[in-house]
Structure formats: C-alpha cells, structure tokens
Design a protein around this ligand. Sequence first.
Ligand code: PLP
Length: 398
Amino acid sequence: MKPVYLDNNATTRVAPEVLSAMLPFLSEQYGNPSSMHSFGGAVGGHLREARARVARGLSCDPSEIIFTSCGTESDNAAIRSALESQPEKRHIVTTRVEHPAVLSLCQHLETKGYEVTSLGVDEEGRLDLEELEKSLRKDTAIVSVMYANNETGVVFPLPEIAGIVKSRGVLLHTDAVQAVGKLPIDLSKLPVDFLALSGHKLHAPKGVGVLYVRKGTPFRPFLVGGHQEHGRRAGTENTASIVALGRAVELATERIGEENTRVRAQRDRLERGLLEAVPDSRINGGGAERLPNTLSIAFKYVEGEAILLLMDRFGICASSGSACTSGSLEPSHVLRAMGVPFTFAHGSIRFSLSRYTTDADVDLVLKELPPIIARLRQLSPFSGKEGEAAAFCSTHSH
Ligand code: PLP
C-alpha cells in the first residue's frame, strides 16, 4: 500500500532532483575534498557550490555555513560553543517547548552547574516577550529559542525576540529545523548569532545539517580533529549529502511561495473538515501564527495511539501528541506547557504536509478519520478507561 504520508515534520521524502544531484558523489565522484589531487579537488568545488546555495537560501555569507551531521548536532554545537567561549557566563535562557535536541542538552547542562531559565508559553503556545526580557541577566551566555514548533507548528516572533536579546548583547541561537523551507528566512535582516537546520526536514537525506554562525561570533568547535569546515567541524565531509542539501535548499527557496499557498490550502481544508465532522475537537495552537503545513488537532476522550493504529490500516502516517513511557500515557511536554486539558492532550494527532501531499490524501483522511474517532468513542467513552488505554499503549507502541 502506498503510504498517505502526512508526517513530514518527522522526516521528508528525498526530492527526485535532490537524489539525482547527490548520486554521482556516491559513485564516480568519491574523492576526498581535502586531497591535493584534482580528483578530490573537483569534489571540493561541489561542496563550495553547495555552501553557496545554502547561503543564498538564507541570505548570508557562505563562510557562515558549517555543515554538520544533523539538527541535533547543530543545536548542541551552538549552545556548547557559547558556553565555552564565555566561561564566566553560566546562565542559559530557553523555552519549555523546545525539541529534545535543546531541552535535554539544557537539562544535562543543569547537572553540570549551569542555570537554565525555561520560559513558559500561553494556551496557544506563544511566548511572553516581557518575560523573556526580564529573564536576561549579566551572566546569560545564550538564549536558545526555536523558530517553529515541531508539534504544533507555532511560530515564535524571531525578529522581535532578536531585537530584545541583541539589544542586551546576549548571544542568540535559533533552532530553525522546522522553519527552513517553510518560512522565508533572511539572515541579512534577522540578527541571530546561530541557526540550526536539518536536511531531512526539507527533502534532503537524513544525516546532514547546517549550523549558521554569524561572522564575528566567537566559536569553539564541537568536534575537534582535522581541518574540515575551516577547523570549525572536524570529520571528512558527507559530500553526497552536503551536495543534496545545497540542492534541497535551492529548490525550497525557489518554490516556497507557491508551495506554501498550496500546502496551506490543503492543511486548512483538512482542519476545517475535521473540526466540522468531529464534535469535541480543537486545534492546538490554532490561535497563534503557525507553519502552513502543520495541523495539531485534539479529539476529546480518545487515545492518540489508538487513532494512529487505526489510521495505519489505511496507510495514513501521522504522529500523536503523547509519549508512551513506562506504561503511562504522558502528553507531550509541548502540550503540557500549553496547558492543553488532559482529556484533549491524549487525543492529539499531528498531521504535517509537504509539497508531495495530494488533494486525494486530504480526502482520504477526511473520509476515514471521523468514523475512526466515532468508533473509538463508542468503544471507550473514556471515563474509567484511562488504565485500559495506558495498558493498550504500552503494549502497542514504540
Ligand atoms: N529541532 C527540531 C525543532 C526538530 O523538529 C528536530 C527533529 O525532529 C530536531 C531539532 C533534530 O533534528 P535532527 O533529526 O536532524 O537531529
């Protein structure tokens, strides 16, 4: 069965144009770009071109682009660099809705004696900028704030955030893994010091990312070894994937306007259709600015995992808003931070669309999902059934 793939915030399909750009570097053009011979040197030329393409897509200088292995590495490298380059500063500001790439690192750093302020969000997932301003201190080493949330698609007002943080002379990192390719990004106007992106969220392969470091920002490498990436990230370059990422950013930049219009219309149709067809449903973050491709919808009195399993029978791929750990159904940290009521948080499903989403995909969900919810509600009117749902979840998922 061909999947109806609506889980593009988890990962995306490699674009055919991207695949054909990278294939030569997995076959004939296998040289090492650091080699002295022209065979390797030729590959170096393609890396330079890929770097230039990414830089054009972000409106920055190619020298500000460091290729990494993933978004997680880029986030880690930015935050750790800020701490290492300012050893006297031991305070970090972040938010409660970050991806674990930032959240878990900050928790780890707390165990090493750093102090972390985690800003909360309101019921729509929005930050309070006054609270952000108040959280900044003389010893704040870095503020790390995501651009767009992977679960809800809620977009933080990065230009305003940058205005506040930079006016206080504090380093600013943004995890833009979900934003790049979905929101236009112009680093000549957006004064962040670091920005992380990940190839596999924008139709490049898994295992390649970028850390943007603004010129003049002190930088301490995360990986130490050879001189690759001008000594800022050691390790022989993942040439094929870097070339792929260059092409993927180029495609995304060319098409962003047209794709966003189409994807937003599909997302809105899905959202309206589900809200109309399913009583007791609501949108997580619906009142905030959101990515055009993301729909986090909560269905009262049902379990997200059960919905996913039943949708899977129709080949529909999506995500739920809870994490099944040790047999307990814990709504995600993002939904908890937003204060989404318990009965809704458990029945939260994330649909994330892409340039490959078809109208027929949306039609299929609109046809199959409402009866699935109705059936689950019949089977389990929830009250008194939470224990059963948790047991179901622990045996069926992850
Ligand atoms: N940050 C955000 C917001 C993400 O959504 C993800 C991936 O889901 C990451 C970071 C991690 O990226 P990667 O999978 O490339 O390590």
